[in-house]
Design a protein around this ligand. Structure first.
Ligand code: APR
Length: 272
């Protein structure tokens, strides 16, 4: 099957959908300049998940070897600072406007789906720009670039690199002055909004699995959950992944190229 044929099949599925769901991974933000985790040169090629992927590991590394982490933190912060929604994010916003896509379930923490206009976004791994107080639990969402600029300037003022100095780069809680942390899910922590994510997968009339390697659970269950509930599954990923074998349409392309083509093909079907 040619790629164009797969796009046409996917468009025929989505043209009829009224409450599709999209299960998104880091590949959706790759073309916004945010590195994925497991592609060559990705985050886990540069950082050891055991050292920075768990809360205890990160605190330990900050205390023992904070200075080594700073360049990676700055690189990551700058990628998030410079990122904008790319054509894949914008196409998902279009699909919601067209009455096709209802829910975006994302493993990404970059807020780009919301900035692209999607209004029902389930962030199972949290949001990097929503801060949570480690003492009173209060949440505070900050504008992405404003928070990054504040953290970057605090990092540049650091003279000592240990747990207490590095923890102080985060804003304090307005209610109790305690430390705040990004409201994101580290390995071993409870993922967020899973009932809502599974409900969207079970109710959807089409499931898009976009830009995810499908190796992290429970998010990786979602396309299978939709399939089991009778929904067709459309996969968009330039590389092989666990979902291709259950897909009704498999578009082996970058999401930033595939998704606008998909929206155009749907519009052509609707105007025919
Ligand atoms: N368009 C579409 N897919 C892409 C693109 C692109 N431009 N670039 C890369 N991909 C695909 C890769 O082929 C890969 O399958 O995106 C996927 C990225 O996989 P991962 O890096 O494993 O990211 P993800 O699946 O989101 O990881 C899940 O793992 O480390 C944790 O919490 C982290 O949320 C993350 C979770």
């Amino acid at each position: 099957m040619t790629v164009e044929h797969e796009i046409q099949k996917a468009a025929e599925i989505l043209a009829k959908a009224k409450q599709a769901a999209a299960s998104c991974g880091a590949g959706v933000s790759a073309e916004s300049g945010i590195a994925t985790f497991r592609d060559p040169g990705g985050v886990w090629d540069k950082l050891n998940p055991a050292e920075v992927g768990t809360t205890s590991g990160l605190l330990n590394t900050l205390d023992r070897n904070g200075r080594k982490l700073v360049p990676f933190f700055i690189e990551l912060l700058e990628a998030f600072e410079q990122a904008n929604p790319n054509p894949a994010h914008l196409a998902l916003g279009d699909l919601e406007q067209m009455g096709i896509l209802k829910t975006v379930i994302t493993q990404n923490i970059d807020n780009l789906h919301q900035e692209a206009g999607n209004t029902d976004v389930v962030e199972v791994h949290g949001n990097g720009f929503r801060l949570a107080c480690i003492s009173c639990g209060k949440l505070k969402t900050r504008p992405r670039r404003e928070l990054i600029a504040e953290i970057k300037s605090r990092i540049q003022e650091l003279r000592e690199y240990n747990l207490s100095t590095m923890a102080a780069i985060m804003p304090a809680c307005e209610h109790c002055q305690a430390l705040m942390r990004p409201d994101v899910v580290m390995f071993g922590e409870m993922v967020k909004d899973i009932p809502r994510a599974f409900d969207a997968a079970r109710r959807c009339d089409a499931m898009l699995a976009i830009g995810t390697s499908g190796v992290v659970y429970p998010a990786a269950y979602l396309p299978f959950e939709a399939k089991d509930a009778g929904a067709p599954v459309i996969v968009v990923n330039p590389n092989e992944n666990p979902f291709s074998r259950v897909s009704d349409a498999y578009i082996p392309m970058n999401a930033g190229t595939a998704m606008p083509k998909l929206v155009e093909a749907i519009k052509a079907l609707r105007s025919a």
